[in-house]
Design a protein around this ligand. Structure first.
Ligand code: ASP
Ligand code: MG
Length: 418
């Protein structure tokens, strides 16, 4: 039993969906296929939502465009279109009715009710196509099976209830291939929730954990996990194998290959995660698994852009210890701000975080009541795992370094943006 996950880029058009079916035809094992919304549909729905919330009626035009995109995929993919067209039309009609009803809840709640449709539509179309290629396929609505709390836009999985429901819903004696939605879930009372942007990888890992699968494969438009973003360092190399720990460190430092929450559910059950290219499915890709025997560790370069470095100093020149530390970090937690790097001296502390306004502004004004705060915008955090002197020289040359930090395995630099 395996989980295959296909992201938006792999299903951006009819050709992509045909390619998905071809990849699936090469698999003899039972499969759960997790699919994201087509291409940039999630972004488009976010814009629809924003327009609708402020009463801007152009949301209708924007939504019609999303509808047309799905129609054109259907027209290209199917000769017998009635059944799939009906399903998609019904689903769009349902959403339109919801939008017309005029009731508007808070942003996070409405986000999940509306933006989640992208995954519903993509999976309906993919499932219909696969049912024309293979006998045993079933579309599964994850909203009634992957249960979460009601922390909309960043929901937490209710593991016990989800395990019961998913094990009941998926029966490989009945069906060999299940197609379901990434990124979304549902509350006990039936509201739709989402797991955070790019959360479909996480869905694949949750299902992998619950179903005790042999492996999870994430199909992407890159050959695997590389030791740098090739747009930054064009000579980036593919890593054949990395450990769960390495993957967590990389995603924490800002590597965008997989959703950061993906590793834990797989690590807990020792399930390997393959990252492979849907363009060259025959190639090996990268496997993330328990402590692989590393042949040779090459430096891994990670850049986290749009950072802000905040320096916090107690106004009365007291030490940054005990009470001060807990007061300061409590503020970060209260505002939901993830700390990317900390550097402390006796009377000041530097903290590097994602430059997300307005929450960072709220944090700073909160801290200002007791502390002097200075901040540097337009900064980036550069991390090098398994660094060598040459590797550090390569990325820090001619850069203005604001903070530098080294452990045995990782060197980090907060630098001013070029
Ligand atoms: N469609 C969602 C997004 O674009 C989830 C995903 O792609 O993983 O964020
Ligand atoms: Mg997506």
């Amino acid at each position: 039993m395996k989980i295959y996950k296909f992201g938006g880029a792999s299903v951006k058009d009819a050709e992509g969906i045909r390619n998905l079916a071809k990849i699936v035809s090469g698999e003899s094992d039972d499969l759960v296929i997790v699919v994201s919304a087509f291409g940039k549909t999630t972004n488009a729905l976010e814009i629809v939502l924003k327009a609708w919330l402020v009463g801007d009626s152009t949301y209708e035009v924007l939504l019609d465009k999303v509808y047309e995109n799905h129609q054109s995929v259907i027209n290209e993919l199917f000769t017998n279109r009635n059944s799939v067209k009906c399903k998609i039309d019904d689903s769009f009609a349902y959403l339109k009715e919801y939008l017309m009803s005029g009731k508007k809840g808070d942003y996070d709640f409405e986000y999940d009710q509306i933006v989640s449709y992208g995954e519903i539509w993509s999976t309906i179309i993919v499932a219909e196509h696969l049912s024309t290629c293979f006998h045993d396929t079933e579309w599964l609505d994850i909203r009634g099976n992957l249960l979460t709390d009601d922390r909309f836009r960043n929901a937490n999985v209710l593991w016990n209830e989800s395990t019961n429901r998913i094990k009941r819903a998926i029966d490989f004696d009945r069906t060999k291939i299940y197609i379901t939605q990434g990124f979304i879930g549902g509350t006990v009372v039936g509201h739709t929730t989402t797991l955070g942007r790019e959360g479909s990888d996480y869905t694949a890992a949750i299902l992998g954990n619950i179903l005790d699968v042999e492996s999870v494969v994430v199909w992407k438009d890159v050959p695997g996990i590389l030791n740098a973003d090739p747009k930054w360092l064009p000579d980036a190399q593919k890593l054949d194998e990395i450990s769960y720990k390495e993957a967590v460190e990389m995603t924490f430092s800002g590597a965008k290959v997989i959703h950061p929450k993906t590793i834990k559910p797989l690590h807990n059950k020792n399930i390997p995660l393959y990252v492979k290219s849907f363009l060259t499915p025959g190639e090996k890709g990268t496997v993330i698994k328990v402590d692989p025997v590393l042949k040779k560790t090459i430096p891994v370069f990670i850049k986290k852009e749009d950072q802000i470095l905040i320096s916090i100093l107690p106004k009365d020149f007291s030490f940054v210890m005990g009470e001060n530390l807990s007061r300061i970090f409590y503020s970060f937690m209260k505002h939901g701000i993830k700390v990317n790097l900390v550097e402390a001296s006796a009377v000041s502390i530097n903290v590097c975080v994602d430059d997300e306004r307005p929450i960072v502004d709220a944090l700073i004004s909160d801290l200002k009541t007791e502390y002097s705060t200075i901040y540097n915008e337009n900064t980036e955090m550069l991390s090098v795992r398994h660094y060598t002197p040459e590797a550090l020289e390569r990325i820090t040359k001619n850069r203005e370094i604001l903070v530098e930090q080294r452990t045995r395995n990782t060197a980090r630099f907060v630098v001013r943006k070029e």
